[in-house]
Design a binder for this molecule. Structure first.
Ligand SMILES: NC(=O)c1ccc[n+]([C@@H]2O[C@H](COP(=O)([O-])OP(=O)(O)OC[C@H]3O[C@@H](n4cnc5c(N)ncnc54)[C@H](O)[C@@H]3O)[C@@H](O)[C@H]2O)c1
Ligand SMILES: O=C(O)CC[C@@H](O)C(=O)O
Length: 525
């Protein structure tokens, strides 16, 4: 069935086109009301939202098919992430899409404030020629304080360093190594930073600790003539207190790009000529908007197809090297989960996932989630994603364990699962990372499974394959690939056969009657 994606953000067409080209049905509902969104959401598998779209638990309750929420930018503070996780819905963003644009806008605001560019330009438009009124100051040699040294704060530090600024900062979660690398002198407390800075810029998320982080006490503690910039999130500066300090001349200029409630057409700063106000322009570049659109399309598609979502915010963040190591195995694990579940015919009571060789040191959690996803999706046991793998497993009474072994035999790496008594192992092959089954029920084979396969287990004897081939040929089912594994000690063989064409129950019955089979499974992936 075609998967449906609802978009409430005015995304650049490129991302939408890529989703439709990949077979998704994409509907746009720009800036919906709470009621409009709640009544529309039920059939959708994915939702791509604007930061103004509130995604709370009541919307999530109505979103019965939802698997993933995408945010084509950084901020996800409009989404109840805990509620999404409880319902197994992945939340992801495009955290690198607009950070360069945000950092460049910050530099533009710093320079515009330092050189009075908006006021000077406005005076020219009024037919004036005033120079002395707009005497500015250089950034060179001045102290810039950066609050929040994450992605945007770091890019601002690099750019400000090129202007010859002296950099200081405050970020309790920034490592001394990162600060050293950025050339920022880090302080544990805000006070010394406020006391030294000529310019202050904030690159903080909106959290309980950053909302109103800058109020009257902090403004009072700043140098006279300080310049402030907020191109991060509205609410970090207390606007009423800020207006008081601008009015008093303590703050020489302020530039604000993000407001607590947007759109914002009035604020305590609107009356001041030395307050530069921009309508959330930080991400508004062609480059950032294109990146945001194409990146979020890619992540949402990965989530819908059961792949790793590199930017999921409600899954443990994976370092790139871990992501690189295990990401390609996600599909193979999902496939093995489905295969084991089909062979068992029921949901397993126990599941073991063992990572071998090059994967031995990798985090097994995402692969365990993929195996469960494959197994449980096939049994149609409801909404399932890597975000809630373990809790759904326990809800369904599946006890899960993971293990790792250094020796992957003749393969560089492999994953082996044991679901009750059914064992399946897979490795990846070639540059396309094609999954190959290398062991099934203890039989050593080596085959890339097709969409439809038949698996025969029988007492080994000459002529069996000929009989199978004849029956399938009569039924117009074409055998495309086949592998035989044997257990000589039990005189048994297992045949894994990829087939094209319909293999009906009647044909399966003919096969069962024609040879002395121990087992015959039809597997559909
Ligand atoms: N306006 C825009 O277009 C735009 C674009 C990108 C990001 N943003 C906003 O800018 C902010 C920063 O984005 P980012 O991508 O750099 O995020 P980030 O997560 O990479 O960095 C945020 C930094 O803030 C630090 N931090 C958190 N709480 C803090 C506190 N109480 N005191 C000091 N430091 C604290 C964190 O340790 C982290 O290093 C986010 O809020 C984001 O929403 C705005
Ligand atoms: O596009 C927006 O309106 C928000 C952009 C920015 O704040 C972000 O969170 O990425």
């Amino acid at each position: 069935m075609t998967k449906k994606i609802l978009v409430t953000e005015d995304l650049v067409q490129e991302g939408i086109d890529s989703l439709t080209e990949h077979g998704y049905e994409v509907d746009m509902l720009i800036d919906p009301t709470v009621e409009e969104l709640a009544s529309a959401i039920a059939p959708y598998d994915a939702l791509i939202v604007h930061p103004n779209t509130v995604v709370d638990s009541s919307l999530l309750d109505a979103a019965e098919n939802l698997k993933i929420i995408g945010r084509a930018g950084v901020t996800v503070d409009n989404i109840d992430i805990e509620a999404a996780s409880e319902r197994g819905v992945i939340v992801c963003n495009a955290p690198n899409s607009n950070v360069i644009s945000a950092a460049e806008h910050t530099m533009a605001l710093l320079l515009a404030a330092a050189r009075h560019i908006p006021e000077a330009s406005a005076s020219m438009h009024e037919g004036q020629w005033r120079r002395a009124d707009f005497m500015g100051s250089e950034l060179f040699g001045k102290t810039l304080a950066i609050f929040g040294l994450g992605r945007v704060g770091g890019l601002v530090a690099e750019r400000a360093a090129a202007f010859g600024m002296n950099l200081i900062g405050h970020d309790p979660y920034c490592s001394p190594e990162r600060a050293l690398h950025l050339g920022v002198t880090l302080y544990d407390d805000m006070a010394p930073v406020l006391a030294q800075a000529d310019f202050i810029t904030v690159h903080l998320p909106r959290t309980v600790s950053t909302l109103g982080m800058f109020g009257a006490d902090e403004f009072a503690a700043m140098k006279d003539g300080v310049v402030l910039v907020n191109a991060a999130r509205g609410g970090i500066f207390n606007m009423d207190a800020l207006a008081d300090f601008v009015a008093a001349g303590k703050i020489a200029a302020v530039a604000v790009d993000s407001f607590e409630a947007e759109p914002c057409t009035d604020s305590p700063l609107h009356e001041f000529e030395n307050a530069i106000l921009t309508p959330h322009l930080s991400p508004m570049t062609h480059e950032a908007q294109r990146r945001a659109s194409t990146q979020i399309a890619e992540y949402v598609e990965a989530g819908l197809e059961g792949g790793m979502v590199a930017t999921a915010v409600n899954l443990s963040p994976l370092p790139p090297e871990v992501f690189d190591a295990i990401g390609p195995y996600v599909h193979a694990c999902k496939m093995m989960g489905s295969m084991a579940s089909q062979i068992l015919g029921h949901t397993p009571k126990s599941l073991k996932v063992e990572l071998a060789g090059g994967l031995a040191d990798a985090d097994p959690a995402p692969l365990l989630a993929a195996v469960l996803d494959g197994g449980l999706s096939y049994r149609r046991l409801g909404a399932f994603s890597a975000a809630n793998a373990e809790s759904v497993a326990s809800q369904h009474g599946i006890s899960v364990t993971t293990a790792s072994v250094r020796d992957a035999g003749e393969y560089a790496s492999s994953v082996r699962i044991v679901a009750d008594e059914v064992e399946v192992a897979a490795t990846l092959f070639g540059t396309e990372h094609t999954p190959r089954i290398i062991s099934l029920m203890g039989y050593k084979i080596d085959i890339a499974p097709a969409t439809t396969s038949l698996v025969f287990e029988y007492v080994d004897a000459p002529g069996r394959i000929g009989v199978i081939g004849t029956i399938l040929g009569d039924a117009a089912a074409n055998i495309t690939t086949m592998q035989i594994g044997t257990k000589p000690e039990e005189s048994c063989a297992l045949v894994y056969m990829n087939v094209e064409g319909d293999v009906s129950e009647a044909v399966l019955d003919r096969l069962r009657g024609a040879i002395d089979l121990r087992n015959l499974w039809k597997i559909t992936l």
